[in-house]
Design a protein around this ligand. Structure first.
Ligand code: GCU
Length: 334
């Protein structure tokens, strides 16, 4: 009996030792899984690689980031859920996809909220706006770390040139899974279909939809320019790409480590601005010269007018009026 007790004790001791050892290993190096749905040559992917490099450098190799691109781990909605549970540590998703998780994110899908990119950028660099925005989802399991420029969203069609909002009548347009984007197309007079990004190429090709809307990288990086030959500069939304992280995982790091992650994220956002500008220039040329896509200016004022009722609703709806007001103030403050 005694011998039996001794052996059990020994096993417990051994297991404890093994446990201590693996906990130590865990604290010596950590590997963070980061999922996103963009291709390898996409400017945002390049800036996420930079983020990983910076995290590694700042932590002296203690924290590493492993990227799973191309939607390998699922659609944006799915990877947000994986980030909530902690199966994935970090993900980069469009702010539109976050609308279903926190209503404040819907402000980015409100058409013509920002007149131009510089205004948007000023708002995103205002800590009064982002401090609140990035942390309000902590109870839902994730926090925001930073944003990446994802350009202006423009309309592109297979067969129809669009010059003003009246040309949108009856047009079947894919939008992101966001109620605000669905309403936007309805106000333009089109027929919205919400679907995940990965399904858009086939939907365009097969005629399930006539049109979609996105920045220029969709044409080349995701080959939509093979099917859609008219790209209209409607500039209806400026929706950033967001880098979010599982809150528990983030809070497990020491203050110093958290600081490294924050700094790496902010530096990657700055780095991204140049990568983005160059990539949009190159991809627009490729779409024009190699894919035969026509780039068309439109009567923007007719689009702006069509969505005015949405602005009125956003500024009075109890769910959105505070963020609407806060951003208006940030826009106006110099
Ligand atoms: C942008 C964004 C993607 C998003 C896509 C979409 O390209 O970078 O993250 O999935 O829009 O329209 O769904």
């Amino acid at each position: 009996m005694r011998r039996y007790l001794f052996i059990s004790l020994l096993i417990v001791m051994l297991l404890t030792l093994v446990g201590c050892q693996s906990a130590k290993e865990q604290s010596d190096t950590a590997e963070l899984k980061l999922a996103h749905n963009l291709p390898l040559d996409h400017p945002v992917h390049l800036s996420l690689l930079e983020f990983g490099k910076l995290v590694k450098e700042k932590s002296g190799g203690e924290i590493k980031v492993k990227i799973f691109p191309n939607g390998q781990l699922g659609s944006e909605r799915e990877v947000i859920e994986l980030t909530q549970t902690g199966a994935v540590d970090l993900t980069k998703v469009s702010a539109s996809a976050l609308e279903g998780f926190a209503s404040d994110y819907s402000i980015f899908s409100l058409p013509y909220m920002f007149e131009e990119y510089e205004t948007f950028q000023r708002v995103m660099n205002n800590k009064k706006v982002t401090g609140n925005l990035y942390y309000q989802t902590e109870d839902s399991g994730f926090i925001g770390l930073t944003y990446f420029n994802a350009g202006l969203r423009n309309l592109y069609t297979k067969e129809r040139e669009v010059n003003d909002v009246s040309d949108m009548n009856g047009l079947k347009v894919r939008v992101q899974p966001s109620q605000t984007s669905v309403q936007m197309i309805e106000h333009f007079g089109g027929i919205p279909t919400a679907m995940a990004y990965g399904e858009v190429y086939t939907a365009l090709q097969s005629g399930v939809i006539d049109a979609a809307e996105n920045n220029e990288t969709a044409l080349v990086g995701n080959n939509h320019g093979e099917v859609a030959k008219y790209y209209m500069y409607t500039g209806h939304q400026i929706v950033p790409d967001m880098l979010i992280m599982n809150a528990k995982r983030f809070n497990q790091f020491s203050e110093e480590e958290q600081q490294w992650i924050h700094e790496a994220a902010e530096e990657a956002t700055l780095y991204h601005e140049d990568v983005w500008a160059k990539s949009i220039k190159d991809q627009t040329e490729t779409a024009k010269d190699k894919m035969g896509v026509q780039f068309i200016e439109v009567d923007k004022s007719s689009f702006i007018k069509a969505v005015q009722p949405m602005h009125e609703r956003f500024s009075t709806n109890p769910k959105t009026k505070d963020i609407y007001q806060l951003i208006q103030e940030a826009i106006q403050s110099e």
